[in-house]
Design a protein around this ligand. Sequence first.
Ligand SMILES: Nc1nc2c(ncn2[C@@H]2O[C@H](COP(=O)(O)OP(=O)(O)OP(=O)(O)O)[C@@H](O)[C@H]2O)c(=O)[nH]1
Ligand SMILES: [Mg+2]
Length: 292
Amino acid sequence: MRSGYIAVVGRANAGKSTLVNVLVGEKVSIVSPRPQTTRNSIIGVMNGEDCQLVFVDTPGIFKSATKLTDIMMQTVADVVKDVDFILYVHDGHGGFSEADAELMKKYTSCGVPAAVAYTKTDIMPKENILSDVKKMYENGIRCDIFPVSARRGTNISKLKKFLAESMPEGDKLMPDDIVSDKSEKFMIAEIMREKILLEFDDEVPHGVAVAVNRFEKNEKGVYDINLDIVCEKPNHKAILIGKGGGALKRVSTRARESMEKFLGAKVFLTVFVRVEEDWRNKNSLIRSLVII
Ligand SMILES: Nc1nc2c(ncn2[C@@H]2O[C@H](COP(=O)(O)OP(=O)(O)OP(=O)(O)O)[C@@H](O)[C@H]2O)c(=O)[nH]1
Ligand SMILES: [Mg+2]
């Protein structure tokens, strides 16, 4: 039996959470086309024949601008210190710059065994893969590189096999029935945030957090869920609510449908929007709204 923790790290928006979900076979982490989607370290467990891979999804690396992003970057640093393996995710479709080389080198030669998942190969010219791999070699990257597409499932089983073989021998680290370390309540808040990230433009979604005020299942098996969407500015609140409440209604309906799928039950959802000025720079609010 082989088992181990695998940190999944890389630039913001590289495709880490999508890859973790595909490797685990269940959606444990939300995904959006916007950078800074993942804010926490999130565990996703894959049980295979004679192996257990415990993936740790992490916030994407980028230049920090608030106390919240400082904490997110600290999360990455903490996670990589304590794992058996680092899987560095690179967005192949985004090209390969000197800054990419530097970051990749940092995480693939820090003393922990590592590999690169070169992802999004489904939306880029195939010939770029070889030239980028050459550039990686020229920049001193010496670990295994796996071109994959999480969206299409290309090369995923090859990557899984490689990771399983790279784990140390040992017993299971998690019970068989555990897929994630996060609670249903956490996932509900994340589903709401995912729908906001998908629906709204620019700065609005980045300043949004979701607080769960009520999460109860009644005697009829219906979940009664009450959420606050917390935003940073009154004009963001107006955008989130929209004309005649239309935007909020639309995003809430999408979130409710997703929550029903996730919980396997009917959901009665009520949502309010409130403003907490500059909450991303206030430790106590960050602790209660994000790092819970
Ligand atoms: N075409 C294509 N798109 C992908 C693939 N993997 C991820 N994406 C898209 O890339 C975007 C970012 O994906 P995420 O999985 O949220 O990226 P992330 O690295 O977790 O992002 P952060 O949490 O913000 O750091 C989303 O729009 C995904 O649908 C892939 O293999 N192919
Ligand atoms: Mg993510």
